[in-house]
Structure formats: structure tokens, C-alpha cells
Design a protein around this ligand. Structure first.
Ligand code: F6P
Length: 386
């Protein structure tokens, strides 16, 4: 087995790096990087699961570059998340393949929401495919759903490491997930733009942003974008209070209003989330959408102010990552490949303050990291005294 980690696949390369294909065109030959000191080449699987997120490619880029150049590794990319493992749908990840992807949004490996644990024999099938690919380790880049499968595979003996991804920023145990900063920048710019059109028409505009269980995007983009009201899943919506703020502002010369609401906030009348259709995904999540439209109708009824709604939806997940996300994703990727070579499996790379550390993966999926009181108090501190 290459590396010092727990035995998973008996490979021929105990002391010597296995021969890797030479890289055609432009790039240094992989063999030039092998056998440096006590570094041992490994064969590593990589996948991206769950909703896509700006920065996924930057993680893949960092993992593959450091793995090949520094450790002499060989990489197998699984296409479309866990579905690609179940179907053994793979692509070699080479230096050429990852060249230039750092700055690109989306994921070159594509993704899916595939809950292997819900499929009979799914975990066993994954283990079989990973073994058939003669892997020494697996790096799974994803949020809590993806990592719940990684964790189940780790329990089944797979040497896996996780990288935290979600624009919702709600993965437990890390201060920030990559992709969040980009989503916030996009949402903030949208909120900025809504001010001028809302003001020109004396309108209230309710802007719906993503955030299934946690209101981090709503809170950050709402505060940064100067919204007059911000509504998050962590706090029940008091519609009378919302209208009172808008009315106060109106009476004091501000004839328009901007409300930012997280998609996962609960409807004031039913206490339920607003959903589109009955369908749920394989992790049991309904398709959230429509709270802004609902609130806009209610606000117009209660205040008499013309009120419109806008749903930013997947715009927040698209496009190129911010410099912050590229850097964070790169740091996560580099830390993940180091963890693999240290044999520290069952871990998730995380950001604590400014330091990259690692925690047990099981801890990360135990609960969501929601907006706490200290952050919620930012909202109340900025409200007018009614
Ligand atoms: O998990 C992140 C997220 O962007 C949520 O905020 C949102 O509810 C969900 O994904 C949307 O998922 P999909 O792309 O499958 O509609």
C-alpha cells in the first residue's frame, strides 16, 4: 500500500512509486517528480457532489497539481459525484486536464445529488468500484449530503478525506466554505441594483436568495447591500414588524424598501418553507422557491405600497469564483492532498480563523452551522426604533 494510511488496497508500491504515464506536451514529465525523499506516489480518486459551487475547479486544480508534482500521484476523476462511482464513470485527471481551470466556475467533473445510502447495496457497490480502480484514497468535495456518503464509505473501510463545499456556508466545523463569498458578492450586487429601481418607482422589492437551512447569504448580502429588512430561516418572520419598519422608513422620507429573504425562511402564516412542487431529491430535500413572491403579496396587502419580488436562484451559484474563494479552495485542496499522504483519513479540511486545520468528518455532518445570536443581533442593531 502506498502511503502510511490504513490498508485498503494492496498495491505493488510499498517503497517505490508505481510508474505513471508520461505527460505529453509542455508539462514536466511526471516521472521527474517521483521518488523525492520519502514521498510515495498514490492513486487517488476525486469527485464533486451536491449542488455545484464556484471554487470546485480550484480545489481539483490544487489537489491534482500538488499530487502529481510534489508526490508523483495519479488521479482518477469520478464524473457526476457518487453516481460516477456507482457507474464507474471515470476520467483521468492530469496536469493538462486541470490546466487553466482554477478560475472557472462549475466543476469539470460535473456533479449530482446521489444518495448512495438510499440505494440497496450502494455502499458495497461503491467499495467494489473504488477497489477495482486500485485506489489508495478518495477525496470527496461536497457539502453535508455528499460528506454523509463519504462518512459511510469511511466506515466501510475506504480511506477518504473531505473538502467542505456549499454556497449556503452551513457545514459544521468550518468557519467558511468556498463558494459562499462568490454567492454573497453576486447577491450583494443584485441588492445594490434593486435600490435604484425600487426608489425610482416608490416600490418595495423582496429579493429571495439561497440558503436552505441557514441564512448566511441573506444576512451577509442583506447587510452589505443595505437592505431595510433581512429575513433568515433561523428566526420566525413577524410580518407586522416587517411592515412597521417599511412604514417607518416611508414616513421618514424613504419611499421605497428592500427586503432580502433566504429561500429557507418559514412562511409567517403556516411556519412551513415555500416549495415548488411535491418532489424531493434523494436526500429528502424539497425544491425551495417562492417565499419572496408570497411575502411581496402580503406586504402589499398590509401596507398598500406597490411590492414586487425577485428570486436570484441559481445565478448565485454560477460563474467564476471570487479571488477569496479561489484562494480558500486552493488552500483546502492542498491540505486535502497532504492529509491523504499523511494517512489522516476520515477527516475534513476546515478553516479556523485564518488557519487550515482538519476535523473528524463525522463532526461536520452531525448538524448544520446556522446563523447564531451574535450575527442575528447585527440585524436588530440596524433596525429603526419603532
Ligand atoms: O445546497 C446549496 C443550494 O444552493 C441551496 O441553497 C438550494 O436550496 C439548493 O442548493 C438548490 O439545489 P438544486 O440546484 O438542486 O436546485
Amino acid at each position: 500500500m502506498a502511503g502510511d494510511g490504513p490498508a485498503f488496497i494492496a498495491s505493488e508500491s510499498g517503497k517505490q512509486a508505481r510508474p505513471l504515464p508520461e505527460s505529453p506536451g509542455g508539462f514536466p514529465k511526471i516521472s521527474e517528480f517521483q521518488n523525492q525523499g520519502d514521498r510515495k506516489a498514490m492513486r487517488i480518486g476525486v469527485l464533486t457532489g451536491g449542488g455545484d459551487c464556484p471554487g470546485l475547479n480550484a480545489v481539483i486544480h490544487a489537489v491534482v497539481r500538488k499530487g502529481i508534482i510534489h508526490y508523483g500521484d495519479e488521479f482518477v476523476g469520478f464524473l457526476e459525484g457518487w453516481r460516477g462511482v456507482l457507474d464507474n464513470n471515470t476520467v483521468p485527471l492530469t496536469l493538462e486536464k486541470v490546466d487553466g481551470i482554477l478560475i472557472e466556475g462549475g466543476t469539470i467533473l460535473r456533479t449530482s445529488r446521489t444518495n448512495v445510502r438510499k440505494i440497496e447495496g450502494g455502499i458495497e457497490k461503491c467499495v467494489e468500484v473504488l477497489k477495482a480502480n486500485k485506489l489508495d484514497a478518495l477525496i470527496a468535495i461536497g457539502g453535508d449530503d455528499t460528506q454523509s456518503v463519504t462518512n459511510a464509505l469511511i466506515e466501510a473501510g475506504v480511506p477518504g478525506v473531505g473538502v467542505p463545499k456549499t454556497i449556503d456556508n452551513d457545514l459544521n466545523g468550518t468557519d467558511v466554505c468556498f463558494g459562499f463569498d462568490t454567492a454573497v458578492m453576486i447577491a450583494t450586487e443584485a441588492v445594490d441594483r434593486l435600490h435604484t429601481t425600487a426608489e425610482s418607482h416608490n416600490r418595495v422589492i423582496v429579493c429571495e436568495v439561497m440558503g436552505r437551512d441557514a441564512g448566511w447569504i441573506a444576512l451577509t448580502a442583506g447587510v452589505a447591500g443595505g437592505a431595510h429588512v433581512v429575513l433568515v430561516p433561523e428566526k420566525p418572520i413577524d410580518l407586522d414588524h416587517v411592515c412597521a419598519i417599511l412604514k417607518y422608513n416611508h414616513d421618514h422620507g424613504k419611499k421605497y424598501g428592500i427586503v432580502v429573504v433566504a429561500e429557507g425562511a418559514k412562511l409567517p402564516d403556516s411556519g412551513e418553507q415555500a416549495t415548488k412542487g411535491e418532489k424531493v431529491d434523494s436526500f429528502g430535500h424539497a425544491r425551495l422557491s417562492g417565499i419572496a413572491e408570497h411575502l411581496a403579496e402580503e406586504i402589499e396587502k398590509k401596507t398598500g405600497y406597490e411590492t414586487r419580488s425577485v428570486n436570484l436562484g441559481h445565478t448565485q451559484r454560477g460563474g467564476t469564483p471570487t479571488a477569496y474563494d479561489r484562494m480558500l479552495a486552493t488552500r483546502y485542496g492542498l491540505a486535502a492532498i497532504d492529509l491523504v499522504h499523511q494517512g489522516k483519513f476520515g477527516r475534513l479540511v476546515v478553516l479556523h480563523g485564518t488557519k487550515i486545520e482538519d476535523i473528524p468528518l463525522a463532526e461536520a455532518i452531525a448538524k448544520n452551522r446556522t446563523v447564531d445570536d451574535s450575527f442575528l443581533s447585527i440585524l436588530t442593531s440596524l433596525e429603526p426604533k419603532l
